[in-house]
Design a protein around this ligand. Structure first.
Ligand code: DAH
Length: 340
């Protein structure tokens, strides 16, 4: 055997051993891949380099050199395969390798949560959905037609006074003044203008009034509005709906009470109270939709009737969580918000 062949075979054997050691030391897939490229890479891998070395061997020894090369190539492939199988069988935590120390404290990520009012709103939606009420939306900037006129609130009514509302100083729509809506009853009108009866909706959202903030007042708050219009809707439907609403929200032993009242958009009108821990709570207003309102949206009051209600969301939320000051909802103090 010539010295050149002897050297060549030696090199091949060293390569096989090095490759085996490298593959065996790989602790994760990325390491093994790097070694694969180093030894078996099609362009510059060690195997490729030695394959080219056959050219330097004497002609009559080329066959022997080629045979040896093939043996070594197979051996390298075999040890690569073995290493690959070994890594595939490792559990996920073992694969991450020594850089991961599970005993170190992790990175703390502050996890947020829904605002208590959002939580209450979601719950009110779920409760009313079970009674077949669909959620409708309306804009927060309104015209006087939807906020007042269509709701049978005449121009002389004190609720329309500029001191009682946030009119937008220089903003008008087709010459008519705009204002931040003072009630969600606006959505009743918007829905009825677009649809024909039967209608069964609720609407939840912000309303605005220039009230001085104190424990029970804030210039922005939330209401839930309800409206049902169909043939033959009566006060009994209203009372049953509100009773089911109250019990599913506050518990089986909750009662509701109606007191006579007045709203321009309902006739008759009532104040709704719910019993709670031995007392009565005012929840908002309700009544049978006034025929003038039905006419304003093009419904025939001789054909259909309806009930409506409007309740304060903050009030419900404050009751449920024993919150004593409405302002705490809007101060963005996470020590308060994290309690819910
Ligand atoms: N919109 C009234 C308010 O803000 C509440 C209300 C009363 C809504 C009676 C209604 C209703 O739908 O029927 O004070």
């Amino acid at each position: 055997m010539s010295e050149a062949l002897d050297q060549y075979i030696n090199d091949l054997q060293t390569l096989a051993e090095d490759a085996k050691k490298a593959f065996e030391s790989a602790k994760q897939k990325e390491d093994l891949e790097a070694h694969r490229v180093e030894f078996m890479g099609a362009k510059n891998g060690h195997l490729k380099r030695l394959q080219k070395g056959i050219g330097k061997v004497e002609k009559d020894e080329k066959r022997a050199a080629g045979q040896k090369f093939n043996e070594v190539k197979q051996a390298v492939e075999q040890s690569f395969q073995t290493a690959q199988d070994r890594l595939a069988n490792l559990s996920a935590s073992e694969q991450v390798g020594p850089r991961f120390d599970p005993t170190l404290p992790g990175t703390k990520r502050p996890i947020g949560r829904n605002h208590p009012l959002t939580q209450t709103v979601e719950e009110l939606k779920r409760t009313m959905a079970r009674l077949g009420f669909e959620v409708a939306h309306g804009p927060e900037i309104e015209d006087e037609w939807h906020n007042f006129d269509a709701l049978n609130i005449p121009a002389s009514h004190p609720a329309r006074h500029p001191d009682e509302n946030f009119y937008l100083a220089n903003l008008t729509q087709k010459g008519h003044p705009l204002l931040w809506r003072s009630q969600t009853s606006t959505v009743q009108i918007r829905v009825m203008e677009k649809r024909t009866p039967p209608v069964r909706i609720i609407s939840l959202g912000r309303v605005y009034r220039p009230d001085k903030p104190d424990a029970t007042h804030f210039p922005m708050f939330h209401q839930i509005e309800g409206l049902m219009v169909d043939r033959g809707v009566t006060m009994a439907h209203l009372k049953t709906t509100l009773r089911l609403f109250a019990t599913s929200l506050l518990g089986e032993d909750v009662h509701i009470r109606f007191r006579p009242s007045f709203f321009p958009f309902t006739e008759p009108s009532v104040e709704v109270d719910m019993s709670w821990q031995g007392g009565w709570l005012e929840m908002g207003g309700a009544g049978m939709v006034d025929p003038n309102v039905l006419k304003a949206v093009g419904y025939d009051p001789d054909e259909v009737s309806g009930f409506a209600f409007g309740l304060g969301v903050e009030r419900i939320c404050m009751r449920r969580h024993n919150v004593e000051d409405i302002r705490s909802f809007f101060e963005n103090d996470v020590r308060f918000l994290h309690q819910f």
